[in-house]
Design a protein around this ligand. Structure first.
Ligand code: ADP
Ligand code: MG
Length: 248
């Protein structure tokens, strides 16, 4: 199905929970190195799109491809493994292990899941902490860190798996306003370095500045997508206009 040069491709993806159709035919392609933002009202299916891409929930119809991996064909955890290595996800709730330090949180998966050399992983973990500007917090426990700092540890933890793609699901939604910026700055730097990512966000200013493309979702459909300037300054669909009227 690799008809395009896109790294991620969703083709007419449908998904229902019981009789409720949450995704009603989502088609989306993301190129290598591209940053795409998904915006839209609560309940419109944004998180479900991300969870389908990384195989957390099976889809009912359509196709999803990440690189050469046909996600909709994966049936077991074992078959999912190559996908897990390629796609990382960062959530609103950072879910750090409370009894592990920042450094240990970052090291766990590369050591335990990938079986990488502990020394090398530790060196890389220190570099990643520096990247998210938390070098001085290596030995801090999550409870000793602010929400923004914990979220930056969670981003470093995702990067430690050396993914090709990171999916960000409203990663600043639970943060105090004063720590939102430091997390967005960290993400912006990753985007500038060419990391492929899909970001679900309510930060419209950030979406405008960082995304190459913005998709507006409503009731399980991508109603409209295009460059940020087009979506924010000249939205075509009345639903997009209404949503932006409420949030901007
Ligand atoms: P968004 O992220 O845009 O707020 P979601 O993708 O989380 O929306 O959810 C879309 C809809 O699907 C919501 O109505 C939600 O209640 C429903 N939904 C999501 N996950 C489940 C689930 N596991 N079981 C039942 N309904 C779900
Ligand atoms: Mg959501």
């Amino acid at each position: 199905m690799n008809r395009t040069n896109a790294l991620i491709e969703l083709d007419a993806v449908t998904k229902s929970f019981a009789s409720f159709e949450v995704l009603k035919g989502i088609s989306l392609s993301v190129k290598d190195g591209e940053a795409v933002c998904i915006i839209g009202p609560s309940g419109s299916g944004k998180s479900t799109i991300l969870r389908c891409i990384n195989g957390l929930i099976p889809i009912d119809g359509g196709r999803i491809r990440v690189g050469e991996i046909e996600v909709h064909k994966l049936r077991s955890e074992k078959e999912m493994r190559p996908l897990r290595h390629r796609v990382a996800m960062v959530f609103q709730q950072y879910n750090l292990f409370p009894h592990r330090t920042a450094l240990q949180n970052i090291m766990m998966a590369p050591v335990q899941v990938l079986g990488h050399d502990r020394r090398e992983v530790e060196e890389r973990a220190h570099r990643l902490l520096a990247k998210v500007r938390l070098s001085n917090k290596a030995d801090a426990y999550p409870g000793q860190l602010s929400g923004g700092q914990q979220q930056r540890v969670a981003i470093a933890r995702a990067l430690a798996m050396e993914p090709q793609v990171i999916l960000f699901d409203e990663v600043t939604a639970a943060l105090d306003p004063e720590t939102v910026k430091e997390v967005l700055t960290a993400i912006r730097e990753l985007v500038d370095e060419g990391l492929t990512c899909i970001l679900v966000t309510h930060e419209m200013k950030f979406a405008r500045e960082v995304a190459e493309r913005v998709c507006f979702t409503d009731h399980g459909r991508i109603v409209e997508s295009g460059p940020p300037a087009q979506i924010f300054d000249a939205p075509q669909d009345p639903r997009t206009r209404e949503f932006l009227g409420q949030v901007l």
